[in-house]
Design a protein around this ligand. Structure first.
Ligand code: AMP
Ligand code: ZN
Length: 140
């Protein structure tokens, strides 16, 4: 797709430090290197976000994740890894071609992915109502 930075890396119109490529995905270093080894797995087909991904395309992206994660761990001796995907600008997405981040961790203070606990806002009947609404849409 025109003006998509990841499609341009795919087409070798702009440089990327490519670690792995197959028919379906390209894997390259994230330019920001949030931590050493920060890597992106990107489907070759231009898809904006998870809502446009077909199940088999998702399988292609995630089926390569263990191999890449293991290579990063072996290379950098990281002690953990965040595997993250942002969908939509409210979720922090800045490049609108679907991608999954592999972010090696060395200590827990490098950056925070901390989930706030809002448990006090919900009781079990609220959760039951949420569940009912979601399940209706799963079955639709
Ligand atoms: P997100 O905010 O989840 O959409 O992530 C987009 C990521 O793409 C950021 O971590 C950027 O550092 C990364 N990025 C942007 N441009 C490039 C590029 N030319 N090569 C590699 N990574 C890039
Ligand atoms: Zn694209």
């Amino acid at each position: 797709m025109e003006n998509c930075i990841f499609c341009k890396i795919m087409a070798r119109e702009i440089p990327g430090h490519v670690l792995y490529e197959d028919e379906h995905v390209l894997v390259f270093l994230d330019i920001s290197q949030t931590t050493k080894g920060h890597t992106l797995i990107v489907p070759k087909a231009h898809r904006t976000d998870v809502f446009e991904m077909a199940p088999e395309e998702m399988a292609q992206v995630f089926s390569i994740a263990p191999k890449i994660a293991t290579a990063l761990q072996k290379t950098f001796n990281c002690t953990g890894m965040n595997i993250v995907n942002n969908n939509g600008s409210s979720a922090g997405q800045t490049v609108f071609h679907y991608h999954v981040h592999l972010i090696p961790r060395y200590n827990r203070d490098e950056f925070g992915i901390r989930f706030i606990n809002n448990m006090e806002d919900y009781d079990s009947s609220d959760l039951a109502a949420l569940k009912e609404n979601i399940v209706q849409n799963l079955e639709a």
